[in-house]
Design a protein around this ligand. Structure first.
Ligand code: NAD
Length: 365
């Protein structure tokens, strides 16, 4: 079976990390007998430069035809003064909504080799492996009505609408339960049901759905407590599921537990299991063009793509193991540098992952 993968490098370091992902994907495809066809497209500032829009129709068409999309990052100072509608980030928001990517998966995994990079004590984070499942296309970020208006007394007020339908809640919760089944069988649903009616319904629907998953243990937690628990005792969590805004905040906090943003992949999935796979970081203009970007978040995004969209869990495992190997070898890009380790650049890190993948084959022969 063949798979079409669209590569969207985007801007700044996006242009440097996508080629590393491509190298890794090619090795895995050969080894696991996958027929993967890649093509490139434009998004973000690169698309504005070439075609005048951050998401050209041709890119959207290619993305719709693809089984999965690998995206670098968009944005940067060259584009900060463009009109709102032409900003690179608009391209990203639009492609996510056009593809119906309602489920954002953000793992926070602590590699034992990087335990000193965390802002928390090693004993709190060593062995950490959390998956945050964030609803991505609903909630207060999209709810209507919204705006800034002037009241009769002349004072301005800003307002937004926090709204979730039962079906929106059910579909994201189902994704979380399914993920928990493949992991350690626990879901923590995060809400603010003591204050917000929208999340009273959230809690009800998640509780109902839990009956379909008797093998998964469900716990509910208020978001303020969840934030506290994440920095107090993060290892208590397996899968956390929550709405758009709470997920935005909690997933960034969880990300920092692991030390470097250069290590964190993400996936955004639709109901057909198609998705966009991208690192959690941005386009890092401050280090672009200097061979300093850590390509591992991008490479780990390839692993997520293999697992969730291309049905090749063995390929995903192989990539994750290869990343472990290069860290064991002491190779470090500047963002994860530590005493006694070997400094490497973007390309050398990508090459090392490829070499580690090839060595796995030799070891198995
Ligand atoms: P950023 O994530 O690009 O950078 C924050 C810091 O982390 C910088 O010091 C950067 O050098 C470092 N960093 C990020 N990725 C790294 C990597 N792979 N290896 C080593 N170091 C890395 O965030 P920012 O500086 O706030 O934003 C820069 C631009 O990226 C902005 O235009 C922003 O809008 C955009 N952005 C895009 C996305 C996306 O495409 N999904 C996400 C966030 C920000």
């Amino acid at each position: 079976m063949s798979h079409n993968v669209l590569l969207l490098p985007g801007d700044y370091i996006g242009q440097e990390i996508i080629p590393e992902a491509e190298k890794v994907l090619a090795v895995v495809a050969t080894r696991f007998g996958l027929d993967i066809r890649t093509e490139r497209g434009l998004i973000g500032g690169a698309a504005v430069d070439a075609e005048g829009f951050p998401l050209p129709a041709s890119t959207l068409e290619k993305a719709r035809a693809a089984d999965a999309v690998l995206l670098g990052a968009v944005g940067g100072p060259a584009y900060d003064n463009l009109d709102r509608d032409l900003r690179p980030e608009k391209g990203l928001l639009r492609i996510r909504s056009e593809l119906g990517l309602f489920g954002n998966l953000r793992p926070a995994i602590m590699y034992p080799q990087l335990v000193d990079a965390s802002s928390l004590k090693p004993e709190l984070v060593s062995g950490l492996d959390i998956l945050i499942v964030r609803e991505l296309t609903g909630g207060i970020y999209f709810g209507q009505p919204r705006g800034i208006r002037e009241r009769e007394d002349g004072e301005r007020e800003g307002f937004n609408t926090y709204i979730y339908s039962e079906s929106e809640i059910r579909r994201i919760a189902r994704l979380a339960f399914e993920m928990a089944r493949k992991r350690n069988g626990r879901v923590c649903s995060v809400d603010k049901a003591n204050v917000l009616e929208a999340t009273v319904l959230w809690r009800e629907v998640v509780t109902e759905l839990a009956q379909d998953y008797p093998d998964v243990e469900l716990e509910h937690m208020y978001v303020d407590n969840a934030a506290m628990q994440l920095v107090r005792a993060p290892k208590q969590f397996d899968v956390m599921v929550t709405g758009n805004m709470f997920g935005d905040i909690l997933s960034d906090a969880a990300a920092m537990l692991t030390g470097s943003i250069g290590m964190l992949p993400s996936a955004s999935l639709n109901e057909k299991g198609e998705g966009i796979y991208e690192p959690c970081h941005g386009s890092a203009p401050d280090i672009a063009g200097q061979d300093k970007a850590n390509p591992l978040a991008m490479i780990l995004s390839v692993a997520m793509m293999l697992r969730y969209s291309l049905d090749c869990a063995a390929g995903a495992d192989a990539i994750e193991a290869a990343v472990g190997t290069v860290l064991d070898q002491g190779l470090r890009t500047p963002d994860i540098a530590s005493d006694g380790c070997q400094p490497v650049g973007t390309v050398a890190m990508g090459d090392a992952v490829v070499a580690a993948l090839n060595a796995q084959v030799n070891d198995n022969e």
